[in-house]
Design a protein around this ligand. Structure first.
Ligand code: XUL
Length: 521
């Protein structure tokens, strides 16, 4: 029992949460937003501008700068890090960092300098492709062909070769910049990179996040020689080992001890992906509870009894940090798409909620929207496509209330359709992420899924999951005990389907599917 720190490096911000497992309380929950706090990285939404909408990269130094900034802010505000017993973390999934030196071979970080100036000379690639990048269709094809087809990639790794996954991204780097690839000694995920920075040496990749690379053999938890060979030459030497999520990967580097006052020897537990971490933070590591997370991306995920795979090829199987497997379906047009609609209609989030709850009805009188403001992976729509359809009168952006409902209905219908392979329809869904605070959005989810929607009392499930994972691995506090204190649902926020609403969506779901089929998706 004691205090544990969880970090979450997401697309748009870095968060830190400290929990006290003796008292069952969250002591601290703070973030820095990359766009606002670090404008010098020119990434208002967490990634660099590019003329090709399929290319989405970020500067990995921005994530490092955020770590120094956040810990510095917390120390300045009086946080006593010497009481922390263990640390873990989470990162946006799939993104990769390329280093010209193995971190095991670099000298210890110097506490008289900042981290950015010490990490900068180690990079063999100035930018990191992130999960929003969809520029690697040719590499996905080549990898699948090399091993005998999509079904083979799925049976080894739990997913088809997918544009944002790290293997196809590594292959694209090798093809587009062979010199840069040749100079690369180590390839990390965002999660293992940040864990490495904390311990000042090469940290392994955990099974939760490692499964999002198209490189891990799910059955053995080791890198698949077949997929490594199909991806890029010499890849085996460039990857850190893959380990179970609860592995302690090292002690916090002296840099953090001297600079921020952590205890010498503070254990660091393997970092994982933000979604596997949220599975823990939502108290959902046992099968039976589905989660909808609404952040920059929207995701639907759940622990799985057996590693089922998606026959349509959009869903994935990742390692469950609580043991076994989880499934996940990801939608790129999450908050960014909702924000675009709010901007174009001029609606505040309160007005957006009112529009859904009071001014429109399920089915939206036929006012429907194809909501792909950026390239979408589920379903695959590689060029942005925003289209009003259904009601012939619904042609321009002049009906704010109908547009608010239209984006949320389209997203919820797509989530439901693309998660139908998971098995039985969930009766209760736990929701997390900024948009889930909007009651209107929760109501549409309840109506479309025909399920009760519940939120947790503690927000920021990925950072919470990281702190809980540290407590479980370092403090040996079992997850069920931690869930009693930290993953309780908040009854006042629960929403149930409105009478008759769920039925309305049968027809609409079909119309949306037809529209997508017409797009070739
Ligand atoms: C999951 C995915 C996204 C990122 C967002 O496959 O690509 O949810 O993890 O951070």
């Amino acid at each position: 029992m004691g205090l544990y720190l969880g970090l979450d490096s997401s697309t748009q911000s870095l968060s830190a949460m400290v929990i006290d497992t003796t008292e069952g309380r969250v002591l601290l929950d703070q973030s820095v937003n990359f766009g606002k706090a670090l404008p010098e990285y020119a990434s208002p939404s967490g990634f660099l501008a590019h003329e090709d909408p399929q290319i989405k990269h970020a500067n990995p130094l921005m994530w490092v700068a955020a770590l120094d900034l956040l810990l510095g802010n917390l120390k300045a505000a009086g946080t006593d890090f010497s009481k922390i017993e263990g640390i873990s973390g989470a990162g946006q999934q799939h993104g990769s960092v390329y280093l010209a030196k193995r971190l095991d071979e670099v000298p210890a970080w110097d506490a008289s300098q900042d981290l950015v100036s010490q990490v900068r000379p180690l990079l063999s690639r100035a930018t990191s492709p992130i999960w929003m990048d969809s520029s690697t269709s040719a590499q996905c094809r080549a990898i699948a062909d090399a091993v005998g087809g999509d079904a083979r990639v799925v049976s080894i790794s739990g997913s088809r070769a997918v544009e944002r996954f790290t293997g196809p991204q590594i292959r694209a780097f090798y093809e587009r910049d062979p010199q840069g690839y040749a100079e690369t000694r180590e390839v990390h995920l965002v999660s293992s990179f940040l864990a490495s920075v904390l311990v000042g040496k090469t940290a392994p990749i955990d099974h939760g996040d490692g499964a999002g690379m198209n490189l891990l053999e799910l059955a053995s938890g080791t890198w698949s020689p077949e997929l490594l060979t199909a991806t890029a030459p010499g890849l085996a030497e460039r990857l850190p080992p893959a380990v179970p999520s609860r592995t302690i990967v090292g002690e916090l580097s002296g840099y953090f001890v001297r600079k921020y006052g952590f205890k010498a020897g503070t254990p660091v537990v393997a970092f994982t992906g933000d979604n596997p971490s949220s599975l823990v933070g939502m108290g959902a590591t046992e099968p039976g509870t589905a989660v909808v997370s609404m952040g920059t991306s929207d995701t639907v995920f759940a622990a799985m009894r057996q590693p089922l795979t998606d026959p349509r090829g959009f869903g994935h199987v990742f390692g469950n940090p609580g043991g076994g497997f989880m499934c996940l379906i990801c939608f790129a047009n999450g908050s960014l798409a909702r924000e675009k609609v709010a901007e174009r209609t001029g609606l505040t989030w309160e007005a957006f909620e009112r529009a859904i709850l009071q001014e429109t009805e399920p089915g939206n009188q036929g006012n429907w929207l194809l909501p792909f403001f950026i390239p979408e992976m589920t379903p695959k729509v590689l060029s942005p496509k925003v289209e009003l359809f259904g009601n012939p009168q619904f042609t321009a952006w002049e009906q704010p209330a109908a547009l608010a409902r239209a984006i949320v209905e389209a997203q919820a219908l797509s989530m439901q359709r693309h998660s139908d392979w998971i098995g039985e329809q969930p009766k209760v869904i736990r929701v997390t992420g900024g948009a889930s605070r909007n009651r209107g959005i929760r109501q549409v989810l309840a109506d479309v899924f025909g399920a009760e929607i519940r939120s947790l009392s503690v927000g920021n499930s990925s950072a919470l999951g990281a702190a809980l994972r540290a407590a479980e691995a370092v403090g040996s506090v079992p997850f069920p005990r931690l869930y009693e204190a930290f993953a309780a649902t908040d009854d006042a926020s629960s929403v149930t389907p409105r009478i008759g609403a769920t039925e309305v969506y049968g027809d609409l779901r079909q119309k949306l599917v037809e529209r997508l089929a017409a797009l070739g998706a």
